[in-house]
Design a protein around this ligand. Structure first.
Ligand code: ADP
Length: 499
């Protein structure tokens, strides 16, 4: 793999770690030939591939080498209207009338087909988004299939989920997803919506449309009645057209807090139900009694794997003072051993940053961190010449008020702070506009319960991090949004309950 020359260290507070090049793994690339990507994709509306009324297409590239993978349609307001009409028609004509056990059969079929095509989906996810194949193969795709299985199981059991209530579908759901988990987010949104009897118009993120379009092919092959799931592509304007369409009953959005605020303003005073899953700045807390090696590995998993492109990433680390030196030393050693490079290689830990603009955002924060007086350590690993890359980086000497401790960076960048007492760390952890997730590392069960009770975060992991299961609800407090996805709670946003 081509490597760039290391740039000279300019800032005195930047310290490059030394990369041990004396040994390395042999390349172990997954084969691209197991995936078929068409040169061009139209919009999946009413069970058919339809040319966009806009007549416009845009390219989707591989962020690891900047090569074009395909081009996808850019849906305009008229295209969105067509998709919503198809979804409404499908809802009124057959989906809401179909017995729930029959609906479930379709969703089970989709789940099984996602499993059958797992390898192809994982390769496409990695090519289009830049994440390591290990992540897409072992996490994204199986978890997406599990969501379809899980919600298919609920379809004909809603009377048990909500006893003494009549659960009714809402109608047409408009769903907008981000680029960090393209297939999984599509599954999170589509599975509960259609299992509960709603129909869907889903828009992918502009940089990662391909696995959702593959899912559309699966849905077509599964013979889902036309219009029950419509999958369209486009950027922010297409998303806004969905949000503002008068015949949509529910908006489900995952993305940035800024866009979440725009959406909330847009639907205020309308009949539309909304769920928003927004940004995060998770506190990961290591107490002195924690199993330190496991905690260090949990921190690495929480922020570096997946390039930090995770809204619940453990990007703020709080370490108890007595073990801070030890933890920081181990973290520095560990980031130096992380493998950054070809996302299709099975040994890669950190793949490509999803887009040039995201890389620029991360680089902006690296500068801000140094200007704020924090000390920056980055791995000395070589980076490929083409594509978008960021070395795993950590900041020490970070103050609670620093922007790198308060704002979402969405990259492989960790801000490390220290604390002395439980009360202090709870106050610091809660001192954030966000409240999506958190982690606690300690060997005391009582401490775990004390922390989880007092911390304002939707998901709190104890002695682990970034673990997901379709049966667990996920969602945030404060500017991380509202509503829950996953589990029994994830059924509610798609239902109205009547006595
Ligand atoms: P990120 O910063 O993670 O890219 P965004 O919030 O910008 O997050 O994007 C998440 C999703 O929201 C994408 O599918 C994007 O196209 C869509 N989007 C962007 N702007 C708007 C908007 N004004 N209304 C609706 N959707 C939007």
């Amino acid at each position: 793999m081509p490597v760039t020359k290391k740039k000279p260290v300019k800032k005195s507070n930047t310290i490059k770690l030394k990369f041990d090049t004396s040994w390395s793994y042999d390349p172990a690339p997954e084969s691209k030939s197991a995936a078929t990507i068409k040169p061009q994709y139209d919009l999946f509306i009413n069970g058919e591939w339809q040319k966009p009324l806009s007549n416009k297409y845009f390219a989707t590239i591989n962020p690891a080498n900047e090569e074009k993978l395909s081009e996808v349609a850019e849906a305009n307001t008229a295209d969105v209207d067509k998709a919503v009409k198809a979804a409404r028609n499908a809802y009124e004509k057959y989906w809401k009338k179909m017995p729930a056990r029959e609906r479930a059969k379709y969703v089970f079929r989709i789940a099984r087909m996602v499993q059958e095509k797992a390898r192809e989906l994982a390769i496409i996810e990695t090519l289009d988004g830049g994440k390591p194949i290990r992540e897409s193969r072992d996490f994204d795709v199986p978890t997406a299939a599990n969501h379809f299985f899980y919600y298919a199981g609920w379809a004909d059991k809603l009377e048990y989920a909500f006893p003494n209530r009549k659960a009714e579908a809402l109608g047409v759901a408009g769903q907008i997803i981000p680029w960090n988990f393209p297939l999984l987010m599509a599954a999170w949104k589509i599975a509960p919506a259609i299992s509960t009897g709603n129909t869907v118009v889903l828009k992918t993120a502009e940089t990662t449309p391909l696995t959702a379009l593959k899912l559309a092919e699966i849905i077509e092959e599964a013979d889902l009645p036309p219009g029950v799931v419509n999958i369209i592509t486009g950027a922010g304007e297409t998303g806004a057209a969905i949000v503002n369409h008068p015949d949509i009953n529910k908006i489900a959005f995952t993305g940035s807090t800024d866009v979440g605020k725009i959406i909330q303003r847009a639907v205020a005073g309308t009949h539309k139900k909304v769920t928003l899953e927004l940004g995060g700045k998770a506190a990961n807390i290591i107490f002195e009694d924690a199993p330190i090696d496991q905690a260090v590995e949990g921190v690495i998993n929480g922020i570096y794997f997946n390039q930090g492109h995770v809204c619940c990433a453990g990007s703020r680390l709080y370490v108890q003072e007595s073990v801070a030196k030890q933890v920081i030393r181990k973290l520095k050693d560990r980031i130096e051993s992380l493998i950054v490079g070809d996302p299709l290689d099975k040994n890669t830990d950190i793949g490509a940053i999803n887009s040039r603009s995201q890389l620029e955002t991360i680089q902006k924060y690296l500068k801000i961190g140094k200007q704020e007086g924090a000390e920056m350590y980055e791995s000395s690993c070589p980076l490929p010449k083409k594509g978008f890359w960021c070395r795993p980086t950590l900041f020490t000497n970070v103050a609670q008020s620093n922007r790198i401790a308060q704002e979402e960076i969405f990259g492989p960048v960790l801000s490390i702070l220290t604390f002395r007492t439980d009360d202090e760390v709870i106050e610091k952890a809660n001192n954030s506009p966000y409240g999506l997730s958190a982690g606690v590392w300690t060997d005391k069960g009582s401490k775990i319960f004390n922390m989880t009770r007092r911390m304002r975060a939707g998901v709190i992991w104890a002695n682990t991090f970034n673990k997901f299961d379709p049966s667990s609800p996920f969602g945030g407090y404060k500017e991380s949004g509202f509503g829950r996805e996953g589990g029994l709670h994830g059924l509610l946003p798609y239902l109205s309950l009547k006595v």
